[in-house]
Design a protein around this ligand. Sequence first.
Ligand code: KIV
Length: 274
Amino acid sequence: MKPTVLGLRGKKGARLAMLTAYDFPTARLVAEAGIDLILVGDSLGNVVLGYDSTLPVTMDDMVHHTRAARRGAPQAFLIADMPFLSYGTPEQALGNAARLMKDAGADSVKLEGGEEVAPIVEALVRAGVPVLGHVGLTPQTASALGGYKLQGKDETAAKRILDGAIALERAGCWGVVLELVPAPLAKLITERIGIPTIGIGAGADCDGQVLVFHDMVGMFSGFTPTFVKRYAEVGQAIKEAVTRYAAEVREGSFPGEGKSFGMKDEVLKRLYGT
Ligand code: KIV
């Protein structure tokens, strides 16, 4: 049964497993494998659309991919990322969240930032939009954070992330993603807030974990962070399959026995006679 936001808020210590999915077949596979939460992340910019960051991802991209993922996983709890510059004001955030939930079928939205986005989260939650927060390394503002690297190493930076998570809880988020922060800081935040933390590169003490699907199945050949564990080498398997197919076509062994269709002799004879 699909989890409710109220149910999710209470999932402290539940070890929720979340993965990204951006299309029909992946969402279907991930849901059939029993994942707890599916994120249509704006990481789709990197791993599907071929950009070198998440910044070019548009609302239209997010709506298009969320719709496809929803068709693949009609019963899943589906979270859609609000892309860069789509939630600058409460009005803009509400309009765009409405597209993701009403037009595309998301159950929740996710947005990046700490204390500075609390008023936006409050407005969304007041309007009935479930929100997942995201602090630590926030890819949409990665260049302002010094690039894709560990956040919260010193006391000031760590306190800012902790305060951000607390502000998100107060603003009404049902959970918070902690990305690329030291494991002891993630543990402290997990103990300090009453809503689930979902870690990525944040150690084992979060209430859940999330990975980018293409990273964990070996389907992305670009930069892969060290915290990612590869559970499969799907990219390699695809390359091998394509190489074999091309070789068989070239040598004439595909399509072979049982891979083509015949027709009635008399029909063929008549055709040859014309
Ligand atoms: O866009 C995304 O996939 C994300 C996860 C890395 C949490 O935000």
